[in-house]
Design a protein around this ligand. Structure first.
Ligand SMILES: Nc1nc2[nH]cnc2c(=O)[nH]1
Length: 383
């Protein structure tokens, strides 16, 4: 899983023969399935551990105000385990950069990379913090569906993504799957004042969806227009870019969340939280460590799909994990009125159809690439 032949410039494809294109495509498909698996695994582990955490945290026995706390900690946990990726960064080889093109890079190129990572890091810290908070509000499940619509819009305007009928069908099935198949969440405060949503609550619900969708599309733009163009990786899309971006963006997001944790005074609550944890301090720490690692698994899968396909596809796969996660939560926890009823079964079917539809669209694109290359080869041999 080193080099990928994504939607590369024509010139590059021209230098390829059909056999090596087929081989590259096979590698590409394996990488896509692998990243999809990471997203599903990360999403499932995160939700299972979050439910465990909030059940053990005795939230329901605390006053309402406290039930909305601890979100800077959760945001920090979402980003802080990035150092485990550093060894992988060095393990993954990278194609030799072209010395001429790299030496031609001005400081401007580095400045662009730095600005990209800093702005993405801030965006990620914003959506991590607000995601942790928004999940405590009952209306969040509905807004996650809005997230996909926003990602589609941003993809169309920022990434100039061309929608075909299979992608549109996939989006519709994903919306339905997410709407009916969201997993139960033990962190929701007891007496949520759902009816009395004020403007602050709506902003808390809307901003993380905006920030998340925007960050996916900017990450795609960053790979295509900034990282590939630095030519440090020889004008190719390589998996190392995913690790580089994830490490740098998470580093900035971790800094922002750490400042938030201390500036808000939330760090003072950590001791009390660990003491209140039903299974004790060791399990408190272990569940946070498990959560932090699971978030990195999820993030690498997500960024991997952004690089290989698009921000929209990454969001579709992430959303399609919902019914599977809901099933795992039902199996793992004995929530009072939670079951895997016909709605969630329908959602699971919707997710399968959504993925099948998007995969069919990708399959068609890849087949077209091979057909075009064959045609060009035939024309060349006739000339
Ligand atoms: N806003 C937002 N943040 C997330 N963090 C992890 N998943 C999500 C998501 O779906 N939306």
């Amino acid at each position: 899983m080193e080099e990928f032949q994504g939607p590369e410039p024509r010139g590059q494809m021209m230098s390829e023969n059909p056999r090596s294109l087929e081989l590259n495509q096979r590698k590409w498909w394996i990488s896509v399935f692998f990243c999809g698996f990471l997203i599903f695994a990360g999403d499932s582990l995160v939700m299972l551990l979050l439910n465990f955490f909030y059940i053990q945290d005795n939230r329901s026995e605390s006053d309402q105000d406290r039930q909305y706390k601890g979100t800077w900690t959760q945001a920090l946990i979402q980003n802080a385990a990035f150092p485990i990726l550093i060894p992988f960064f060095f393990i993954f080889s990278s194609p030799k950069p072209n010395p001429e093109t790299v030496s031609n890079q001005t400081n401007n190129g580095w400045f662009r990379v730095l600005s990209l990572y800093v702005s993405l890091g801030v965006l990620v810290s914003v959506y991590s913090k607000l995601y942790a908070l928004a999940k405590l509000y009952v209306g969040w499940g509905i807004l996650v569906s809005t997230q996909l619509i926003l990602t589609s819009l941003f993809s169309a305007f920022i990434n100039r993504l061309k929608f075909n009928r299979w992608i549109i069908i996939s989006i519709i099935f994903t919306l339905a799957a997410d709407f009916f198949g969201s997993p139960a969440f033990a962190g929701t405060p007891d007496e949520d004042e759902t009816d009395a949503y004020d403007i602050k609550a709506w902003l808390i619900l809307i901003f993380p969806t905006l920030a998340f969708s925007l960050s996916l599309c900017l990450m795609q733009l960053g790979f295509e227009k900034v990282l590939v163009k630095t030519k440090r990786y020889g004008n190719k899309k390589v998996f190392r870019m995913v690790l580089e971006m994830q490490i740098c963006v998470s580093f900035i997001a971790t800094l922002v969340c750490t400042v938030g944790l201390f500036a808000s005074g939330e760090f003072k609550e950590l001791k009390g939280d660990s003491e209140r944890f039903k299974k004790g301090k060791t399990y408190y720490i272990l569940s946070l460590v498990g959560l932090a690692l699971s978030w990195q698994v999820w993030a690498v899968g997500l960024l991997g799909l952004v690089l290989l396909v698009s921000g929209l596809f990454a969001d579709v796969v992430h959303m399609c994990a919902s019914p599977v996660v809901a099933l795992l939560v039902v199996l793992a926890f004995d929530f009072m009125d939670d079951d895997f009823g016909w709605q969630r079964r329908g959602a699971l079917l919707g997710a399968v159809l959504a993925l099948a539809s998007y995969f069919y669209s990708l399959h068609k694109t890849k087949k077209k690439e091979i057909a075009e290359l064959n045609k060009r080869e035939n024309n060349n041999s006739e000339a």
